[in-house]
Write a protein that binds this ligand. Sequence first.
Ligand code: SF4
Ligand code: ZN
Length: 306
Amino acid sequence: MASACDRCGRRAVIHIRYSGRHLCRDHFLDFYVRRVRRELSSGRRIERRVVVAVSGGKDSMALLHALYRILVPRRVELVAVVVDEGIAGYRDRGLGIVRSYAEDLDVELALQSFREDIGATLDDIMARRPPRGACSYCGVFRRHLINSAAMACGADVVATGHTLDDMAQTGLMNFLRGDVDRIVRTGPHRWVQEGLVPRIMPLRWIPEKENMLYCHLLGVPHHHAECPYSGEAHRQMHRRIVLGVEADTPGSRHAILNATERIVDLYMAATSPPSLSRCTRCGAPSNRDVCMRCRYIEELGLGEDV
Ligand code: SF4
Ligand code: ZN
Protein backbone atom coordinates (compact mmCIF):
# COMPACT_ATOMS: atom_id res chain seq x y z
CA MET A 1 0.00 0.00 0.00
CA ALA A 2 1.26 3.50 -0.85
CA SER A 3 2.52 5.48 2.14
CA ALA A 4 0.65 8.51 3.45
CA CYS A 5 1.94 12.09 3.49
CA ASP A 6 3.31 12.96 6.94
CA ARG A 7 1.70 16.39 6.70
CA CYS A 8 -1.83 15.69 5.43
CA GLY A 9 -2.34 11.93 5.14
CA ARG A 10 -2.92 11.96 1.38
CA ARG A 11 -1.04 9.54 -0.87
CA ALA A 12 2.71 10.22 -0.76
CA VAL A 13 4.61 10.67 -4.04
CA ILE A 14 8.05 10.53 -2.44
CA HIS A 15 9.88 9.10 0.53
CA ILE A 16 12.73 11.46 1.40
CA ARG A 17 15.31 9.21 3.00
CA TYR A 18 17.58 11.95 4.37
CA SER A 19 14.74 13.40 6.45
CA GLY A 20 12.63 10.26 6.82
CA ARG A 21 9.53 12.07 5.53
CA HIS A 22 6.81 10.98 3.13
CA LEU A 23 5.20 13.82 1.16
CA CYS A 24 2.20 14.08 -1.15
CA ARG A 25 2.32 16.01 -4.42
CA ASP A 26 1.36 19.40 -2.96
CA HIS A 27 3.55 19.16 0.12
CA PHE A 28 6.51 18.01 -1.98
CA LEU A 29 6.07 20.97 -4.39
CA ASP A 30 5.77 23.30 -1.44
CA PHE A 31 8.95 21.86 0.13
CA TYR A 32 10.77 22.19 -3.21
CA VAL A 33 9.85 25.82 -3.83
CA ARG A 34 10.56 26.81 -0.22
CA ARG A 35 14.16 25.65 -0.57
CA VAL A 36 14.59 27.62 -3.81
CA ARG A 37 13.09 30.74 -2.19
CA ARG A 38 15.33 30.37 0.85
CA GLU A 39 18.43 30.04 -1.32
CA LEU A 40 17.40 33.09 -3.37
CA SER A 41 16.84 35.23 -0.31
CA SER A 42 20.07 34.18 1.39
CA GLY A 43 22.25 35.10 -1.58
CA ARG A 44 22.94 38.11 -3.73
CA ARG A 45 20.32 40.77 -4.16
CA ILE A 46 18.29 40.31 -7.31
CA GLU A 47 16.63 43.41 -8.67
CA ARG A 48 16.30 43.42 -12.40
CA ARG A 49 17.53 40.54 -14.47
CA VAL A 50 18.69 36.97 -13.99
CA VAL A 51 20.50 34.92 -16.59
CA VAL A 52 19.53 31.26 -16.27
CA ALA A 53 21.99 28.77 -17.72
CA VAL A 54 19.89 26.02 -19.31
CA SER A 55 20.74 22.84 -21.17
CA GLY A 56 17.36 21.16 -21.62
CA GLY A 57 18.08 18.54 -18.93
CA LYS A 58 15.81 18.06 -15.89
CA ASP A 59 17.85 20.17 -13.47
CA SER A 60 18.14 23.35 -15.52
CA MET A 61 14.57 23.07 -16.80
CA ALA A 62 13.25 22.66 -13.23
CA LEU A 63 15.35 25.72 -12.32
CA LEU A 64 13.92 27.78 -15.17
CA HIS A 65 10.38 26.82 -14.16
CA ALA A 66 10.90 27.50 -10.44
CA LEU A 67 12.56 30.89 -11.09
CA TYR A 68 9.78 31.79 -13.46
CA ARG A 69 7.20 31.09 -10.74
CA ILE A 70 9.11 32.95 -8.05
CA LEU A 71 10.78 35.87 -9.79
CA VAL A 72 8.54 36.92 -12.68
CA PRO A 73 5.73 38.04 -10.30
CA ARG A 74 8.40 40.23 -8.63
CA ARG A 75 9.06 41.85 -12.01
CA VAL A 76 12.48 40.28 -12.39
CA GLU A 77 13.31 39.53 -16.00
CA LEU A 78 14.70 36.12 -16.94
CA VAL A 79 17.06 35.47 -19.84
CA ALA A 80 17.70 31.79 -20.65
CA VAL A 81 21.22 31.25 -21.96
CA VAL A 82 21.96 28.04 -23.77
CA VAL A 83 25.41 27.08 -24.98
CA ASP A 84 25.80 24.88 -28.04
CA GLU A 85 29.09 23.09 -27.40
CA GLY A 86 28.75 21.16 -30.66
CA ILE A 87 28.12 17.63 -29.37
CA ALA A 88 26.44 15.74 -32.20
CA GLY A 89 23.20 13.95 -31.38
CA TYR A 90 23.08 15.33 -27.85
CA ARG A 91 22.98 19.09 -27.72
CA ASP A 92 20.62 19.47 -30.69
CA ARG A 93 17.76 17.83 -28.75
CA GLY A 94 18.31 19.96 -25.67
CA LEU A 95 18.36 23.11 -27.79
CA GLY A 96 15.02 22.29 -29.37
CA ILE A 97 13.39 21.72 -25.96
CA VAL A 98 14.79 24.92 -24.46
CA ARG A 99 13.81 26.97 -27.49
CA SER A 100 10.17 25.90 -27.47
CA TYR A 101 9.81 26.10 -23.66
CA ALA A 102 11.33 29.60 -23.53
CA GLU A 103 8.85 30.60 -26.22
CA ASP A 104 5.95 29.12 -24.19
CA LEU A 105 7.02 31.07 -21.11
CA ASP A 106 7.85 34.17 -23.13
CA VAL A 107 11.38 34.18 -21.72
CA GLU A 108 14.15 35.69 -23.83
CA LEU A 109 16.61 33.13 -25.16
CA ALA A 110 20.29 33.86 -25.83
CA LEU A 111 22.13 31.22 -27.83
CA GLN A 112 25.90 30.96 -27.61
CA SER A 113 28.13 28.54 -29.47
CA PHE A 114 31.66 27.17 -29.23
CA ARG A 115 31.98 27.26 -33.00
CA GLU A 116 31.32 30.99 -33.12
CA ASP A 117 33.44 31.75 -30.08
CA ILE A 118 36.53 29.61 -30.57
CA GLY A 119 36.10 28.35 -34.13
CA ALA A 120 35.62 24.67 -33.18
CA THR A 121 32.99 22.40 -31.69
CA LEU A 122 33.69 20.15 -28.72
CA ASP A 123 33.51 17.20 -31.13
CA ASP A 124 36.20 18.85 -33.32
CA ILE A 125 38.36 19.35 -30.24
CA MET A 126 37.99 15.78 -28.98
CA ALA A 127 38.65 14.34 -32.45
CA ARG A 128 42.18 15.72 -32.10
CA ARG A 129 42.83 13.56 -29.03
CA PRO A 130 43.84 16.47 -26.79
CA PRO A 131 45.68 15.97 -23.48
CA ARG A 132 42.64 16.61 -21.25
CA GLY A 133 39.15 15.21 -20.94
CA ALA A 134 36.19 16.87 -22.68
CA CYS A 135 34.70 18.30 -19.47
CA SER A 136 37.84 20.34 -18.69
CA TYR A 137 37.61 22.25 -21.98
CA CYS A 138 33.83 22.32 -22.00
CA GLY A 139 33.54 23.83 -18.51
CA VAL A 140 36.03 26.64 -19.15
CA PHE A 141 34.70 27.61 -22.59
CA ARG A 142 31.09 27.41 -21.41
CA ARG A 143 31.62 29.51 -18.27
CA HIS A 144 33.23 32.20 -20.40
CA LEU A 145 30.27 32.30 -22.81
CA ILE A 146 27.67 32.40 -20.04
CA ASN A 147 29.50 35.17 -18.22
CA SER A 148 29.86 37.19 -21.45
CA ALA A 149 26.13 36.83 -22.14
CA ALA A 150 25.32 37.90 -18.57
CA MET A 151 27.65 40.92 -18.79
CA ALA A 152 26.14 41.90 -22.14
CA CYS A 153 22.58 41.94 -20.82
CA GLY A 154 23.43 43.57 -17.48
CA ALA A 155 22.28 40.63 -15.34
CA ASP A 156 22.46 40.85 -11.54
CA VAL A 157 23.40 37.16 -11.30
CA VAL A 158 23.81 33.98 -13.30
CA ALA A 159 21.69 31.09 -11.98
CA THR A 160 22.92 27.57 -12.64
CA GLY A 161 21.13 24.25 -12.12
CA HIS A 162 23.78 22.64 -9.88
CA THR A 163 22.11 20.10 -7.61
CA LEU A 164 22.96 18.72 -4.19
CA ASP A 165 24.54 15.72 -5.93
CA ASP A 166 26.75 17.99 -8.11
CA MET A 167 27.78 20.07 -5.10
CA ALA A 168 28.66 17.01 -3.03
CA GLN A 169 30.69 15.48 -5.88
CA THR A 170 32.58 18.71 -6.49
CA GLY A 171 33.11 19.24 -2.76
CA LEU A 172 34.50 15.74 -2.35
CA MET A 173 36.75 16.16 -5.39
CA ASN A 174 38.15 19.40 -3.96
CA PHE A 175 38.65 17.88 -0.48
CA LEU A 176 40.60 15.01 -2.00
CA ARG A 177 42.76 17.45 -3.95
CA GLY A 178 43.18 19.58 -0.84
CA ASP A 179 42.16 22.54 -2.98
CA VAL A 180 40.63 25.10 -0.59
CA ASP A 181 40.86 27.92 -3.15
CA ARG A 182 38.71 25.95 -5.52
CA ILE A 183 36.17 25.22 -2.78
CA VAL A 184 35.84 28.97 -2.25
CA ARG A 185 35.66 29.70 -5.99
CA THR A 186 33.00 27.08 -6.75
CA GLY A 187 30.12 29.31 -5.76
CA PRO A 188 27.61 30.53 -5.05
CA HIS A 189 29.74 33.65 -5.21
CA ARG A 190 29.76 35.85 -2.15
CA TRP A 191 31.98 38.50 -3.65
CA VAL A 192 31.42 40.74 -6.61
CA GLN A 193 34.48 40.89 -8.82
CA GLU A 194 34.85 43.23 -11.72
CA GLY A 195 34.06 41.61 -15.04
CA LEU A 196 32.40 38.56 -13.43
CA VAL A 197 28.66 38.29 -12.91
CA PRO A 198 28.16 36.47 -9.57
CA ARG A 199 26.85 32.93 -9.79
CA ILE A 200 23.96 31.66 -7.71
CA MET A 201 22.90 28.02 -7.39
CA PRO A 202 19.27 27.99 -6.28
CA LEU A 203 18.98 24.17 -6.45
CA ARG A 204 22.14 23.35 -4.55
CA TRP A 205 20.30 21.82 -1.58
CA ILE A 206 17.97 19.80 -3.81
CA PRO A 207 18.89 16.27 -4.99
CA GLU A 208 18.70 15.40 -8.71
CA LYS A 209 15.95 12.91 -8.08
CA GLU A 210 13.70 15.65 -6.68
CA ASN A 211 14.26 17.81 -9.78
CA MET A 212 13.10 14.88 -11.87
CA LEU A 213 9.96 14.54 -9.74
CA TYR A 214 9.31 18.30 -9.90
CA CYS A 215 9.47 18.20 -13.74
CA HIS A 216 7.31 15.10 -13.83
CA LEU A 217 4.60 16.49 -11.52
CA LEU A 218 4.40 19.84 -13.31
CA GLY A 219 4.88 18.62 -16.88
CA VAL A 220 8.12 20.58 -17.36
CA PRO A 221 9.68 19.35 -20.64
CA HIS A 222 13.26 18.07 -20.48
CA HIS A 223 15.44 15.50 -22.15
CA HIS A 224 17.07 12.46 -20.62
CA ALA A 225 19.97 11.95 -23.01
CA GLU A 226 23.36 11.74 -21.39
CA CYS A 227 26.32 13.61 -22.81
CA PRO A 228 28.54 11.12 -24.65
CA TYR A 229 31.54 12.55 -22.79
CA SER A 230 29.98 12.29 -19.33
CA GLY A 231 31.47 8.84 -18.71
CA GLU A 232 34.85 10.38 -17.92
CA ALA A 233 36.39 8.34 -15.16
CA HIS A 234 37.26 11.07 -12.66
CA ARG A 235 33.82 12.65 -12.17
CA GLN A 236 32.15 9.21 -12.35
CA MET A 237 34.30 7.91 -9.54
CA HIS A 238 33.20 10.75 -7.25
CA ARG A 239 29.64 10.24 -8.34
CA ARG A 240 29.81 6.58 -7.33
CA ILE A 241 31.37 7.41 -3.97
CA VAL A 242 28.73 10.04 -3.16
CA LEU A 243 25.88 7.71 -4.17
CA GLY A 244 27.43 4.95 -2.07
CA VAL A 245 27.83 7.00 1.11
CA GLU A 246 24.37 8.52 0.68
CA ALA A 247 22.79 5.06 0.31
CA ASP A 248 24.64 3.90 3.40
CA THR A 249 24.13 7.06 5.48
CA PRO A 250 21.32 9.29 4.19
CA GLY A 251 22.21 12.95 4.62
CA SER A 252 25.86 12.52 3.58
CA ARG A 253 25.47 14.88 0.61
CA HIS A 254 24.14 17.57 2.95
CA ALA A 255 27.06 16.90 5.29
CA ILE A 256 29.62 17.42 2.50
CA LEU A 257 27.95 20.63 1.37
CA ASN A 258 27.70 21.88 4.96
CA ALA A 259 31.41 21.22 5.40
CA THR A 260 32.30 23.22 2.28
CA GLU A 261 30.05 26.05 3.50
CA ARG A 262 31.89 26.10 6.80
CA ILE A 263 35.25 26.24 5.02
CA VAL A 264 34.03 29.19 2.92
CA ASP A 265 32.77 30.96 6.10
CA LEU A 266 36.13 30.53 7.81
CA TYR A 267 38.01 31.60 4.69
CA MET A 268 35.84 34.71 4.34
CA ALA A 269 36.38 35.65 7.97
CA ALA A 270 40.14 35.24 7.68
CA THR A 271 40.93 36.88 4.37
CA SER A 272 39.81 39.49 1.89
CA PRO A 273 38.51 38.61 -1.58
CA PRO A 274 41.18 37.34 -3.95
CA SER A 275 41.99 40.17 -6.33
CA LEU A 276 41.64 39.32 -9.97
CA SER A 277 43.79 40.83 -12.66
CA ARG A 278 43.08 40.81 -16.37
CA CYS A 279 44.23 38.17 -18.83
CA THR A 280 47.04 39.71 -20.87
CA ARG A 281 45.66 38.12 -24.05
CA CYS A 282 41.89 38.51 -23.95
CA GLY A 283 41.32 40.96 -21.09
CA ALA A 284 38.99 38.61 -19.19
CA PRO A 285 39.17 38.63 -15.37
CA SER A 286 41.71 36.04 -14.26
CA ASN A 287 43.82 35.08 -11.27
CA ARG A 288 46.79 34.42 -13.56
CA ASP A 289 48.50 36.39 -16.32
CA VAL A 290 46.88 34.27 -18.98
CA CYS A 291 43.37 32.94 -18.31
CA MET A 292 42.44 29.25 -18.58
CA ARG A 293 40.44 29.84 -21.74
CA CYS A 294 43.41 31.42 -23.52
CA ARG A 295 45.71 28.63 -22.27
CA TYR A 296 43.37 25.99 -23.62
CA ILE A 297 43.00 27.83 -26.92
CA GLU A 298 46.78 27.76 -27.22
CA GLU A 299 47.07 24.15 -26.08
CA LEU A 300 44.54 23.10 -28.71
CA GLY A 301 46.07 25.19 -31.47
CA LEU A 302 42.76 26.91 -32.06
CA GLY A 303 42.78 29.99 -34.24
CA GLU A 304 45.72 28.46 -36.15
CA ASP A 305 44.41 25.70 -38.35
CA VAL A 306 40.96 24.65 -37.16
FE1 SF4 B 1 30.44 19.31 -21.28
FE2 SF4 B 1 31.32 17.26 -19.78
FE3 SF4 B 1 28.89 18.28 -19.34
FE4 SF4 B 1 29.37 16.86 -21.58
S1 SF4 B 1 29.44 16.08 -19.46
S2 SF4 B 1 28.27 18.81 -21.47
S3 SF4 B 1 31.50 17.46 -21.99
S4 SF4 B 1 30.85 19.33 -19.03
ZN1 ZN C 1 42.31 35.17 -21.69
